[in-house]
Design a binder for this molecule. Structure first.
Ligand SMILES: Cc1cc2nc3c(=O)[nH]c(=O)nc-3n(C[C@H](O)[C@H](O)[C@H](O)COP(=O)(O)O)c2cc1C
Length: 187
């Protein structure tokens, strides 16, 4: 697939088949991620991978429970109360794999760097006919000491981009993009 087509056709996929991804595919996606530019070429990232629809569903349930318990301090998420309370909600949409990009301490602009790595990963997946979706909700759980310990996340590593990957069950929902708002253009 041409780069232009991958860029223009990438949309968040929210329905997946359970078909697992090979280790090779996941490694290729992370290789694409680390081609991104980084401030001072510090490459301040690290990756975590969780495979398995059921394992991910269990993390989804824990994320929903955490968010419901803490909505009082997360007013921006109040609109999702019903979604989190619904036992049928799978925040990972049945995807078979999740790749998390963590920012390591010491970067100059680690959040930007990791976000660019995330976009590389999503476009590389799109080029392979795979679907992705950034699942920001999961970062809340990944910041909890118990979960970090379970997964072996080093202290000071911050979750930036949890991205599900898998074979789309159906084409992604179309999402209209507004034309660029240009606020200056000195010719
Ligand atoms: C930082 C960030 C967090 C996101 N978190 C979620 C999420 O938790 N769940 C979800 O379904 N989509 C999530 N998304 C996907 C956005 O909803 C999606 O990118 C947006 O609606 C535009 O659609 P598109 O990706 O198809 O262009 C997130 C995207 C970003 C960049």
């Amino acid at each position: 697939m041409e780069l232009r087509e991958a860029i223009y056709s990438r949309r968040s996929v929210r329905a997946y088949s359970a078909e697992p991804l090979s280790r090779e595919t996941l490694e290729e996606l992370m290789q694409a991620a680390v081609q991104a530019p980084t401030a001072m070429n510090l490459q301040p990232w690290a990756f975590g991978v969780i495979e398995g629809v059921e394992r991910l569903r269990a993390y989804s349930d824990r994320t929903k429970a955490y968010l419901l318990d803490n909505l009082h301090s997360l007013p921006g998420l109040e609109q999702y109360r019903e979604l989190f309370a619904n036992p049928d909600t799978n925040l990972f949409y049945g995807a078979p794999a999740l790749v998390v990009i963590f920012a390591k301490p010491g970067g100059v602009a680690p959040d930007f760097d990791c976000a660019m790595a995330a976009q590389n990963l999503m476009l590389a997946a799109r080029a392979e006919g795979l679907g992705t979706c950034w699942i920001g909700f999961f970062a809340f759980l990944l910041n909890q000491a118990e979960v970090r310990q379970e997964l072996g996340v080093p202290e000071d590593y911050r979750p930036i981009a949890p991205i599900i990957v898998g074979h789309p069950l159906q084409p992604a929902e179309p999402v209209e993009k507004a034309a660029p708002q240009v606020i200056f253009w000195q010719e």
